[in-house]
Design a protein around this ligand. Structure first.
Ligand SMILES: Cc1cc2nc3c(=O)[nH]c(=O)nc-3n(C[C@H](O)[C@H](O)[C@H](O)COP(=O)(O)OP(=O)(O)OC[C@H]3O[C@@H](n4cnc5c(N)ncnc54)[C@H](O)[C@@H]3O)c2cc1C
Length: 320
């Protein structure tokens, strides 16, 4: 019996969330005195997962899984879990993992808890803490089924290097037929995505119009960040809907979130609460966002942001 963890990759490269779920699974394995087996799908360098605590990697190389399909992926992971006799399966909280986890739960007759933020507080009964009500509350939840699935909230545990090594085994599970076939996926941009970003630079209606986004993009470029926006900004067509964050948009779990000209309405905050450090730039000292901020600049974005870009460029040049 080992802890099984599904590690996501893109174009053969593991995502940051993959390293985090393995680190987290290792912590649970230590609690339960067992080991971690990772499932990697069409990924290169499977052995590298040993660094984060995997003892074994089941490496699946299959054309059938070249694009994400929840049913097919769930069946492959189910095969791996049964092969290992896993009692705990860990997945991330990415959109894809949230899509496949309920199917996996059906296949394994398992209880699934999403948005988990900590290692289990108890193994018997198996109790995990999850965020609820768009991060405004926590629920301590018992999973009573024999097999348990945990969806780890992204960026809640972090990546921990253990310096170990993993053995890699080729694994060929039977893959379910699906009524949906994804033929190809065309990405809109090569830029870092909001879900994977360590840093997100986000703009609101305070930026007055789409013509002023040059400085947001420049700041994001200097920081290697993703760009995001508030809902009205995407509703107005200033920015694509894929950038809208918040309760009805994408969740952000970055290490740094810079909000420029965003008031901090509860629906916006609901999506960014999991970000570690929040910096707010706003002309209005009474803007609600300041209450949620770690650092706040009361000032005009059109003065503050260009100066910030200049300082960051100078800092980078000095430290190059
Ligand atoms: C059901 C529902 C769901 C919603 N879901 C979401 C969601 O998912 N995400 C979301 O974002 N919103 C959502 N909203 C909308 C939300 O309630 C707010 O209306 C929205 O977040 C406000 O966007 P904003 O902060 O960009 O704009 P505003 O509220 O107009 O705020 C603009 C801010 O910019 C500041 N400002 C103005 N000029 C400058 C300047 N020159 N420099 C610096 N600061 C300046 C102002 O002081 C102000 O604080 C939802 C609303 C509802 C009802």
């Amino acid at each position: 019996m080992s802890i099984l963890v599904y590690t996501e990759s893109e174009n053969g490269k593991f995502k940051k969330a993959a390293h985090e779920v393995v680190s987290y699974a290792k912590a649970i394995a230590d609690q339960m005195d067992t080991t971690v087996t990772a499932v990697a799908v069409n990924a290169d360098n499977a052995e590298s997962l040993g660094t984060y605590g995997a003892s074994k990697v089941l490496s699946i190389k299959d054309e059938n899984l070249s694009t994400f399909n929840a049913k097919k992926y769930a069946s492959a992971i189910e095969g791996a879990a049964k092969n290992e006799g896993a009692k705990v399966v860990v997945v991330s909280s990415s959109a894809n993992s949230k899509y496949l986890a309920p199917l996996l739960a059906v296949g394994l007759n398992a209880g699934y808890v999403s948005n988990v933020v900590e290692t289990p507080s108890n193994i018997t009964p198996f109790t995990v803490k999850r965020s609820a009500f768009t991060n405004k509350a926590f629920a301590n939840t018992e999973i009573t089924t024999d097999v348990k699935i945990i969806g780890l909230s992204n960026n809640s545990y972090g990546v921990v290097e253990h310096g170990g090594s993993a053995t890699v085994e080729d694994f060929s599970p039977s893959i379910a037929e699906s009524g949906i076939n994804v033929e190809s996926v065309d990405k809109v941009t090569d830029k870092v995505t909001i879900a994977d970003a360590e840093i997100v630079v986000s703009g609101g209606r305070g930026l007055k119009g789409p013509e002023n986004w040059g400085m947001v993009e420049e700041l994001a470029d200097v920081l290697g960040a993703a760009t995001a926006c508030s809902k009205p900004v995407s509703d107005l067509g200033w920015r694509p809907h894929s950038e809208h964050v918040g309760q009805t948009g994408k969740p952000v779990a970055s290490n740094l979130y810079i909000a420029i000209g965003i008031s901090g309405a509860i629906q916006h905050l609901a999506g960014i609460n999991s970000s570690k450090v929040k910096v707010v730039i706003n002309t209005d000292p009474e803007a609600p966002f300041f209450k949620a901020a770690d650092y706040g600049v009361v000032g005009d974005a059109f003065e503050v942001v260009p100066q910030l870009i200049e300082k960051l460029k100078a800092f980078k040049a000095q430290n190059a």
